[in-house]
Design a protein around this ligand. Structure first.
Ligand code: HEC
Ligand code: HEC
Ligand code: HEC
Ligand code: HEC
Length: 199
């Protein structure tokens, strides 16, 4: 797309967004339809519909259920950072080629990393809205879940690759500490040097 047309469309979308926010409030921009006005092109909805979160207990989650903390006090957390403050996303949407899933996949690792870090920052607030008292299915899960008290672990530290195409997991504590994506070291491999830097 030519630069001028891009600028024009971005301007138009910003205008529509502002109108939506002023008249429709948070709800207007939290609707799945709104998200997939861009993200239909970038595939996560199709993936969600194939996931175990779809059709479970009749609760088909919308994008906001995981990505947009609900309630006006939380409004800024997602919409503001992603859409209003996130002008770069609008520009990116119109300047990046997402026409095939392969093209989107080139950007997916960074996008997944950012999505994980947001959930980490929110202490998995959105997950907890549905998963109130999680019953751990066995002893190892019980021990893992106890780390939420003992080590300040949060859902997304352990439950990555939930509904979208798989992306290699990140160690979110190490990523926070180092300010860049750090791959998760699989605990099973004995030959891996497992020196976590604990702060
Ligand atoms: C104007 C188009 C547009 C709209 C509307 C939009 N997104 Fe995005 N979104 C993008 C683009 C572009 C990216 C960056 C993809 C990449 O990294 O290449 C992105 C990335 C993301 C990511 C990955 C994490 C991140 O911060 O990069 C999530 C999660 C996400 N969007 C969720 C949503 C949700 C939920 C909604 C609806 C409330 C929404 N988006 C609405 C264009 C949009
Ligand atoms: C049940 C929770 C859940 C729902 C519902 C959900 N997502 Fe996600 N999404 C995640 C998680 C968790 C990640 C972080 C990456 C990972 O570990 O899978 C993510 C990552 C993403 C990314 C980054 C790219 C990627 O593939 O990882 C985008 C873009 C995104 N989501 C958009 C959406 C959109 C649009 C919707 C609605 C159609 C949606 N998500 C619904 C949990 C969810
Ligand atoms: C809209 C409500 C809702 C939200 C939001 C939600 N879940 Fe779920 N989740 C469910 C339901 C319903 C099931 C399936 C029933 C069951 O197994 O308990 C499920 C299943 C799971 C499972 C077991 C099955 C699997 O797919 O691995 C895990 C783990 C899980 N969720 C973690 C999360 C995490 C982490 C988040 C936040 C990123 C999240 N959920 C957000 C409702 C939700
Ligand atoms: C320290 C790691 C860790 C953390 C933090 C954690 N979990 Fe788990 N969780 C596990 C392990 C390990 C299991 C058992 C194996 C599995 O099913 O993945 C499990 C099991 C589950 C299951 C049952 C899956 C099934 O197949 O029945 C659900 C649902 C779940 N966790 C949700 C959550 C939610 C929601 C949070 C945050 C409130 C959370 N977990 C935090 C590690 C963790």
């Amino acid at each position: 797309m030519s630069g001028k047309a891009g600028t024009f469309i971005v301007g138009g979308v910003v205008g529509i967004l502002l109108i939506a926010v002023v008249f429709g409030g948070e709800a207007a921009v939290s609707r799945t339809e709104f998200c997939i006005s861009c993200h239909s092109e970038i595939y996560p909805y199709e993936e969600l519909k194939k996931s175990s979160h779809w059709g479970a207990l009749g609760a088909d989650p919308g994008c906001k259920d995981c990505h947009v903390p609900q309630g006006f006090s939380n409004f800024h957390k997602a919409i503001y950072t992603h859409v209003v403050d996130g002008l770069p996303f609008l520009i990116k949407e119109f300047t990046t080629d997402y026409s095939t899933v392969e093209k989107f996949n080139e950007h997916r690792p960074e996008a997944a990393f950012r999505a994980r870090m947001k959930l980490k920052e929110w202490d998995s607030l959105t997950c907890r809205a549905c998963h109130k008292n999680v019953k751990a299915p066995g002893a190892s899960a019980k021990a893992a879940h106890a780390k939420m008290q003992s080590e300040g672990a949060t859902c997304i530290d352990c439950h990555q690759n939930l509904v979208h195409k798989k992306v290699p997991e990140h160690d979110l504590n190490a990523s926070l500490a180092q300010g860049q994506p750090v791959a998760k070291v699989e605990p099973k491999k004995k030959d891996d040097d497992e020196e976590d830097e604990k702060d």
